[in-house]
Write a protein that binds this ligand. Structure first.
Ligand SMILES: Nc1ncnc2c1ncn2[C@@H]1O[C@H](COP(=O)(O)OP(=O)(O)O)[C@@H](O)[C@H]1O
Ligand SMILES: [Mg+2]
Length: 238
């Protein structure tokens, strides 16, 4: 479904991503983990067309989308939920959901929030008229995810969906991501919460300084001694 090959991204003299290749197969949940500054967001932003690439190729659903503008990429079903949620604090939950749709959506004129979305996110359904600023961190992340789903993704790109959340909300978000995958959605998620990300991932890549240093099935990486040493640590082990 998504094949990124030899992707390189520069910020001036700084090479943020150095010839990275990754794949997401249809229906898979794939994670990219790694420390702050490893190049994870740069990769997602390049895939969704927000960030220019220096070289490499991005193929989505058989089509070369390298260099296409973001508004064309989202229409193809590649939908990103950005780092930091990027909600409108002064708009209501309902308005945030409606405002998050891309402009040529067939739903633009009806101002209807699908019942299926409310059923999936009952906590938002109860708060449709509350301001974005009144939500807890976990609720805000659910709203950001729901807003992404309003755009009918074929492949959902999630940038640090659990960053800054309380442990119980972290678990809720991971449960939801796994549930969406179980229902057939393809997902590429960037996470610093390595253990929980690997636990739900079909496949995972570990980035260090713009390069892939490890990759494999989620469960296999959890047992990889190098990964355990570098990212999971003794203190976090069960
Ligand atoms: N807008 C920018 N201008 C210059 N350097 C940037 C910019 N965004 C990111 N970088 C640099 O690129 C590298 C990768 O950043 P990023 O993709 O945000 O990493 P991550 O998401 O893994 O934390 C870092 O060294 C960061 O400092
Ligand atoms: Mg980032």
């Amino acid at each position: 479904m998504l094949a990124v090959s030899n992707l390189t991204i520069n910020y001036g003299e700084v090479q943020a991503v150095d010839s990275i290749s990754i794949k997401v197969k249809a229906g898979e949940l794939v994670s990219i983990t790694g420390a702050n500054g490893a190049g994870k967001s740069s990769m997602l932003n390049a895939i969704s067309g927000i960030r220019a690439v220096a070289s490499g190729k991005i193929v989505f659903a058989g089509e070369d989308i390298t260099g296409l503008p973001a508004h064309q990429i989202v229409r193809k079903g590649l939908v990103q939920v950005p780092e930091g949620r990027q909600l409108f604090a002064t708009l209501t939950v309902r308005e945030n959901l409606l405002a998050g749709r891309y402009s040529n959506s067939s739903f633009l004129l009806d101002n209807v929030i699908p019942e299926s979305l409310i059923q999936r996110f009952p906590v938002l359904g109860e708060r449709l008229n509350s301001l974005g600023s009144s939500l807890s961190g976990g609720q805000a992340q659910m709203l950001a995810l729901a807003r992404g789903l309003m755009n009918h993704p074929e492949l959902l790109l999630l940038d640090e969906p659990t960053l800054g959340l309380a442990p119980i909300a972290v678990t809720e978000v991971f449960d939801l991501i796994a549930e969406l995958r179980d229902q057939g959605l393809s997902i590429l998620v960037v996470e610093q919460n390595v253990r929980q990300a690997l636990e739900i991932s079909d496949y995972a890549y570990v980035l260090e300084s713009g390069r892939i240093v490890l990759e494999g099935k989620g469960g296999e990486l959890l047992n990889n001694s190098r990964l355990v040493e570098s990212y999971l640590g003794v203190a976090q082990s069960d």
